[in-house]
Design a binder for this molecule. Sequence first.
Ligand code: C2O
Ligand code: CU
Length: 570
Amino acid sequence: MGLRGCSIGFITKLSWLLPFCFLLFGPFAAAETHHYNFEVKLSPFTKLCSSKNILTVNGQFPGPTLEAHRGDKITVYVINNTKYNITFHWHGVRQIRNPWYDGPEYITQCPIQAGKSFSYEIQLTKEEGTMWWHAHSGWARATAHGPLIVHPGPSTSYPFPQPYAQIPIVIGEWWKEDVMEIPKNAKRRGGEPILSDAYTINGQPGYLYPCSKQETFELTMEQGKTYLLRIVNAVMDEDLFFGIAKHEMTLVGKDGIYTKQIKTDYIMITPGQSMDILITANQSPGIYIMATRSYSSAFGAGFDNSTAIAILKYSTTPPTPKLNHFFPHLPPYDRTEAATDFTKRLRSLTTVDVPLNVDTRLFFVLSVNLMNCSNNDKPCAGPFGKRFAASINNVSFVTPSASLLEAYYNNVSGVFTTDFPENPPRKFNYTGENLPLATSFGTRVMVLEYNASVEVILQGTNVLASDNHPVHLHGYSFHVVGWGLGNFNPKTDPKHYNLVDPPEETTVGVPNNGWVAIRFKANNPGMWLMHCHIERHQVWGMSMVFLVKNGFALDQQILHPPHDLPSCYN
Ligand code: C2O
Ligand code: CU
């Protein structure tokens, strides 16, 4: 595997060639290409006490782990052996100048249809740490997802002592129903998707579920050793609290970017986020539980209140059957302070390129709306015979049936408009009571000049029901320079911005009835989706798209489309 320019073995045998290698390949001499195959298929999944088929990659749930070093390239050949459309997204990878491989269905490509194939290229640049990949087509991502791990490059190391072992911890969500059927109701009739039946840790809900007893995920730990947990929240609809009994956790990275170290007893992790956590086996030999359950802040909304667990077992644990299992303390389900107490401590490890002078100021309000039923969606499935919608700046995103990126690249008109509003249509007390419930629909994108220095205030609202909205931006990472509860105050709040070491993220939780301020330089041309990573909000329309224009120089422009890009037609 891999195409090393000058491999280490080669260099040591013929060391006089070394300067040569640098001349030929430059500092990237050691970048490798890693090839993976994804077969999308329906596979029986008996581990979860049901024999029904689920949509998987290579028959695995969670799917295979992709691994590479900083700056490497990964190729993924996808063959779709299901009746469903599919695409894949590499969540957290910037895909510089290469939106063609970013994956969101009908934004950057048309889906890979039944029986068809497509090869993705994932060119890593500064990403390092834990990220993940997932299907980006309807609800397929519920079961088609897995970790994407980037190790340090050949001449660098972790900003912490080399861990003894690295363990992916993928948290998923499980339905007894066929998940591929769930969105139909939510999308067409504006209803609430049904609640899940369990959360899972590495594919298992844990021994609180009798049928999972034998297969509960178990990590055997050696006394005194330090482990790097690579945690991904791959659930569809809920933020999570996560903790480990009697073991302090040290956060060292988030979303594929290192952080300053944070010692903590629990984390709050939103759908879409990934975290790198160190733990040391420094307790007496025994069995300790890691557990996760939801942080659900939406007033009145139902949620899956189950707990998933996995086991940490010291290798020196004596084989007594009655040994105590220690459980972690997790905050109560609705404790917003516990969520913000954790997230407010996040800081980037190194201080780099925080845009100080902003030339493009955007103010986006995030709302869940209630709409009258139209003839197309009758009968509606929301409260009072109405339908749910969700919006950004009062625009509920309508997914087109042709690729936005292709339409832009080929100058096809009529697929989208470029009038996404910079501000909500009118000002109101966003976090007040009795707010207007309706929204408008459209496929409207916001055009950004190349290299624009952008600030977006993401303002949560209390329209219908407030909630924590984990907002994910494709194609970029951004700096979270400020946050607060209530309405953003443009006069006073910017005075408290952190422009020194703000956390750098790709998915940020906008607190319930609060706001965050994010900044980024629009230096990656393309069509980039930004959306809430809570699936029911996304299905209802809480998405928008940035069209970042090309720069003048050739290396500031979108690359040519791949020759095998899936066709939008049969
Ligand atoms: Cu994790 Cu639009 O994706
Ligand atoms: Cu949301």
